[in-house]
Design a protein around this ligand. Structure first.
Ligand code: NAP
Ligand code: MG
Length: 402
């Protein structure tokens, strides 16, 4: 069989620990035998990030701007325990944070749905994709404890030195205050990323805030989304047969619970933090959650939502058997390959991505799975495979589909 051709390289960002082990197995068993894989390789493993003072992370983000599509392995975000373990020169920043800052993107997370892994909300038959705004609000807030009676105000001083004041509260005893901000430019990028991603995936977009209570702050989010939608996206949404839907956050939560899924839910920073954990848990498994960073300029970086699965890696190093789920990492590759195929008009590459995803799902639905899924699957005839056996089982299914 002739291998499927690519024309533009993918930006390949390798990573750490167990997911680095999976990365190589996925390439060797599921990609290289079928695709004439073109990638520009960046080693984002902690050792090399440390050696290059993180230059490799910056370079990989710049390469993503050049080529448009990246696929990323999970990486360690160092904490104190990692300093001696990796002999670090300094505490390295989170690569995801660095890349996101350069691409100015929004992260979209969606579950992979298979028979036997039933969501806790039984009417959720289609994935719900959460888009979380990743800038500002309470995450860049300034807080103060008010010790005793006194007046608290918001003060804005413009460049000419003129002040505008708003009373927060006239305290007659101790209390607390918080100041937070956001930027129109950041909200605009968030909105465009969401509208683009909705068009990309042909799904409705929902957005919600508390604008009835927060008449300036949250209302600005609502207005910016509405203005950009009307001016730039309404016709495209009509043509694609999808909808942009705005409502209040509490109404959105009620509708989400009653829905069957199949849409993108755009959330402000805090709402996204809370709701993404709720939605991910309700869909069953972190190892079945995909993640893509989409920028307002149309750059994409695909990855798994989970981390480097450190506990499994330490078992692997000791030569013990592991049963680590590669599905979200495989879907990062298929997402990136499909997008590359779409941009370069390579239908064979897009079909390959579809088939590899189908091979993953069919394998699990036939009862062959890793330990994490084995624990929660409702299938009657199920078998727990180790990491390697599972990847080989997917390969067998894929060969039948090709
Ligand atoms: P984690 O890697 O997500 O794993 C947490 C636990 O979830 C695992 O111990 C395992 O549970 C289960 N799990 C996650 N993915 C799995 C998979 N594919 N197959 C089977 N089980 C899976 O989180 P962590 O161990 O807290 O973090 C490890 C490192 O990852 C940290 O250094 C962190 O900085 C990094 N991290 C990176 C990213 C990223 O690059 N996007 C995201 C999050 C965390 P059991 O042990 O019970 O089997
Ligand atoms: Mg959180």
């Amino acid at each position: 069989m002739e291998k499927i051709k690519m024309t533009t390289p993918l930006v390949e960002m390798d990573g750490d620990e167990m997911t680095r082990v999976l990365w190589k197995m996925i390439k060797d068993e599921l990609l290289l035998p079928f695709v004439d894989l073109k990638t520009e390789y960046y080693d984002l493993g902690l050792e090399y990030r440390n050696k290059t003072n993180d230059q490799v992370t910056f370079d990989s983000a710049e390469a993503t701007k050049k080529y448009g599509v990246a696929v990323k392995c999970a990486t360690i975000t160092p904490n104190a325990a990692r300093m001696p373990e990796y002999n670090l020169k300094e505490m390295r920043k989170s690569p995801n944070g660095t890349i996101r800052a350069i691409l100015d993107g929004t992260v979209f997370r969606a579950p992979i749905i298979v028979k036997g892994i039933e969501p806790y909300v039984k009417n959720w038959t289609k994935p719900i994709t959460i888009a979380r705004h990743a800038y500002g609000d309470v995450y860049k807030g300034t807080e103060m404890k008010i010790p005793a009676a006194g007046k608290a105000e918001l003060v804005y001083t413009n460049e000419a030195g003129e002040e505008t004041r708003e009373l927060i509260h006239e305290f007659d005893g101790p209390g607390i205050i918080q100041g937070m901000h956001n930027l129109n430019s950041s909200i605009e990028s968030f909105a465009r990323s969401c509208f683009n991603y909705a068009l990309d995936t042909k799904q409705d977009l929902w957005f919600a805030t508390k604008d009835t209570i927060s008449k300036k702050y949250d209302h600005t989010f609502k207005d910016i989304f509405a203005e950009i939608f009307e001016a730039e996206y309404k016709d495209k949404f009509d043509a694609a047969g999808i909808e942009y839907f705005y409502t209040l956050i509490d109404d959105a939560v009620a509708r989400v619970m009653r829905s069957e899924g199949g849409y993108i839910w755009a959330c402000k920073n805090y709402d996204g933090d809370v709701m993404s954990d709720m939605v991910a848990t309700a869909f069953g498994s972190l190892s079945m959650m995909t993640s893509v960073l989409a920028s307002p300029n149309g750059y994409y970086e695909y990855e798994a939502a989970h981390g480097t699965v450190q506990r499994h890696y330490y078992k692997y190093l000791k030569g013990e058997e592991t049963s680590t789920n590669p599905i979200a990492t495989i879907f990062a590759w298929t997402g990136a390959l499909r997008k590359r195929g779409e941009l370069d008009q390579l239908p064979a590459l897009m079909t390959f991505a579809d088939k590899l995803e189908k091979a993953c799902i069919d394998t699990i639905e036939n009862g062959e799975m890793t330990g994490d899924l084995y624990l929660i699957s409702t299938l009657e005839n199920k078998k727990k495979l180790n990491t390697e056996e599972f990847i080989l089982a997917i390969r067998k299914t894929l060969e039948r589909l090709m």
